[in-house]
Design a protein around this ligand. Structure first.
Ligand SMILES: Nc1ncnc2c1ncn2[C@@H]1O[C@H](COP(=O)(O)OP(=O)(O)OP(=O)(O)O)[C@@H](O)[C@H]1O
Ligand SMILES: [Mg+2]
Length: 285
């Protein structure tokens, strides 16, 4: 039996009240367990598409289905039970006076019984690996910690698809890796993940599928290798190809596969060449 998609976007468009068409006739579907990176230049429509997928916005044309149900016929809370959305700059949205209250807010809104909420808060904090007292004042935490609180507050609603809007922008590389590894763990536990990012390196290392938007339209959608190794496609979308792809291309004549997108893939190719004894040829070059 075909697995039911979590989200189906069918010829959907979204025009803001001021008249800007931010999403233009997009169709795509998201299946359980997928790890997708959503890429595109500033203003290409990523955030607007994310808000359509979690029902915060209803399409002005076309349809968005969450588990087969039209988002127009669902409340925002019903949508949020299945599709969680962590806002761009979520640290600005922390409002509660304790970590516990901040994370409990979402599940409480969904009508989860109070006795289950504590368990959900503890589990969410464990998942994001935040070891702070639950009665601590969240505003005193670092930006990275606030970010993890924001992710925990969405996780506590136990959505099946988690969309994170630029979770690694403005934080250092180590913390970015931590967040991406957390997302990987969630995916391993059966959740689908969409991460909106400008970082092609993180997309290449962690995502299995890439969707690129350009001017509100879906410009590309395919496997990470297929999309990120396509230099001209990336350039047309206003994105810079990965260093490792350029490096592998420049070493094509030594037998390195030219469409490498992951660092380890390059290392493995390189080691194969060394084993074949092509090193002397390389030295001469
Ligand atoms: N609240 C709004 N009212 C009117 N226009 C908006 C609003 N939010 C976004 N837009 C416009 O819609 C288009 C798509 O914006 P969106 O925020 O979805 O893009 P994005 O890909 O998420 O960009 P970024 O990478 O900068 O976050 C842009 O032209 C933007 O100016
Ligand atoms: Mg955005």
């Amino acid at each position: 039996m075909k697995e039911q998609p979590l989200v189906e976007v069918i010829n959907a468009s979204y025009v803001y009240p001021g008249g800007i068409k931010a999403v233009d006739n997009i169709s795509l579907s998201v299946k359980p367990g997928e790890f997708i990176a959503l890429l595109g230049q500033n203003g290409s429509g990523k955030t607007t598409l994310a808000k359509l997928m979690n029902g915060l916005f209803k399409p002005t044309q076309g349809t968005v289905l969450i588990k087969g149900k039209d988002t127009r016929k669902m409340t925002v809370a019903e949508c949020a039970r299945i599709v969680g959305y962590v806002f761009q700059n979520p640290e600005h949205q922390i409002f509660a006076s304790t970590i516990y209250e901040e994370i409990a807010f979402g599940p409480r809104n969904l009508g989860i019984p109070e006795e289950d909420i504590k368990q959900r808060v503890e589990e969410a904090l464990r998942l994001v690996d935040l070891k702070k007292p639950m009665d601590a004042f969240p505003h005193l935490l670092s930006v990275g910690e606030k970010h993890r609180i924001a992710i925990a507050s969405i996780l506590a609603m136990e959505p099946e698809l988690l969309i994170l809007d630029e979770p690694t922008t403005g934080i250092d590389f180590g913390r970015s890796l931590q967040i991406m590894r957390l997302l990987q763990r969630l995916r391993d536990r059966g959740k689908a993940v969409i991460v909106i990012t400008h970082d092609l390196y993180l997309a290449a290392e962690f995502a299995e599928r890439i969707i690129i938007l350009k001017d509100g339209r879906k410009f590309a959608d395919g496997s990470t290798k297929e999309i990120l190794s396509n230099k001209s496609l990336l350039v047309d979308a206003g994105l810079s190809p990965l260093q490792v792809t350029l490096l592998s291309e420049s070493m094509k004549s030594y037998g390195i596969s030219e469409n490498t997108v992951r660092t380890m893939e390059f290392v493995e190719e390189f080691l194969k060449i060394l084993k074949r004894g092509n090193l002397s040829r390389m030295k001469k070059a």
